[in-house]
Write a protein that binds this ligand. Sequence first.
Ligand SMILES: C[S@@+](CC[C@H](N)C(=O)[O-])C[C@H]1O[C@@H](n2cnc3c(N)ncnc32)[C@H](O)[C@@H]1O
Length: 381
Amino acid sequence: MDAEGLIYWPPDGGWPRRKWFADDVQGVALQSIWTDIAPVNSQAHDDTGFPTQKPEELIARLIHVSSNPSDLVLDCFIGSGTTAAVVQKLGRRWIGCDINKGAIQTTAKRLQTIIQEQIDKPVQTSLVESNDEKSPEPAQAAFTIWRVNDYDLAIQHNEAVNLACEHIGIQRSRTDAYFDGTVRKSLVKIVPFGHPLTPLDLEELKRELDARPDEDRPITLVCLGMELAAKTWIEDWNRLRKGKEAVNQISVIELRTDPKYGKFIKHEPARAKVTIARKKDQLVVEIEDVISPTILERLAQQAGLLQPKIDDWRAMVDCVMIDPAYDGKVFTVALSDVPEKKTDLVTGRYELPVSHGKTTVAVKIIDMLGEEVLVTHGLSG
Ligand SMILES: C[S@@+](CC[C@H](N)C(=O)[O-])C[C@H]1O[C@@H](n2cnc3c(N)ncnc32)[C@H](O)[C@@H]1O
């Protein structure tokens, strides 16, 4: 065996060992528990600091076995954007969703960086299946962030209680550990805005009322929305409590659809003032101001009585992208300003080459909460 080169002699004089070559072994079919991929290490170059970030190699294995280049991959719990990152590197298209704005922001930043690298110089990714396989072409070089809800579900419970009390005119209770206050003669419970009202919440309410046999006031539940099963639960509850003497009748204010009280969760979009001009062969884009009512509102809640003041609009902006020949549908990034460190700011003034003919310039500004403002401007030929 030694003559055939099959023995390994350790240099330190240890026991000789049998060599095995990759061609000799058939390999083992992957089982349902994978232990060969290490978790993301905090020193890794792609570590985003997101607490539940998965390793790209793990997601790449799933993508390889379940899709082909240019397929569309959906991850509806995108987190730090690992699926989108891997899919972008492997030439598939992607859709990512998340309830948390921080996750959207982390994903957007991560993907902007990857796409910018792909635009600057095609990079060979280590995520392909074998060393001699080339990286597939990117399926797209841009993405858009869509806000599909009018409200910010990451809203904290205390924030929700404060807002709801103010808008509905609830008298706060500081002593009751369960109910949040009263409105007219009714006891009020505010269901945390992070989830719709469910029968579990109602069972909890029932336990609470069972423990207060003398409590005869009606109950008002304030929630963003409610599950159908909760609606049925309440109908059954109220059916058993009909008539003048009935106690603890339940009524619900669904803020998401309530025409009277629901108004305060309307979203006021971010806006920007931008000048766009052609100077000879150059396109000159200058951002003069950006206003994000959501960020200001958030700061106001944190600051309490002090009015928040932001001297420089750039402190509200995460990144800026420019498409000098926007077709109205697909935003193709020709320039992107994504500060590397969180503390760095965008530049705000940009010059880039532009064609002589008629064109539409689009400028996309993404604020610190992941909200986009798109400004377009037509230039004549
Ligand atoms: C375990 S993390 C995903 C981690 C991701 N695979 C990565 O590598 O970063 C789960 C994500 O789902 C999001 N999430 C939880 N409930 C959600 C919902 N109802 N709709 C959308 N996203 C939700 C959370 O905000 C969180 O970012």
